[in-house]
Design a binder for this molecule. Structure first.
Ligand SMILES: [Zn+2]
Length: 60
């Protein structure tokens, strides 16, 4: 029967699938101000991360 001669290892399979994630991920809305921001990073406009003020910005 036709088939691959050798089994694809978990490692090789993982390397191939490393390119499978869809483009455009890594961006979301800020929980505080609703501005678009990069995921897992502090919001550049209000300085919030995980609903907490991390960096002091001018709010006056
Ligand atoms: Zn924000």
């Amino acid at each position: 029967m036709a088939g691959p001669k050798t089994k694809t290892t978990k490692s090789k399979r993982g390397f191939r699938r490393s390119h499978h994630q869809p483009a455009g991920l890594g961006y979301g809305k800020c929980e505080n101000c609703g501005e678009q921001k990069q995921s897992h990073s502090v919001c550049p406009s209000c300085g919030h991360y995980a609903k907490r003020a991390v960096i002091k910005t001018e709010e006056l």
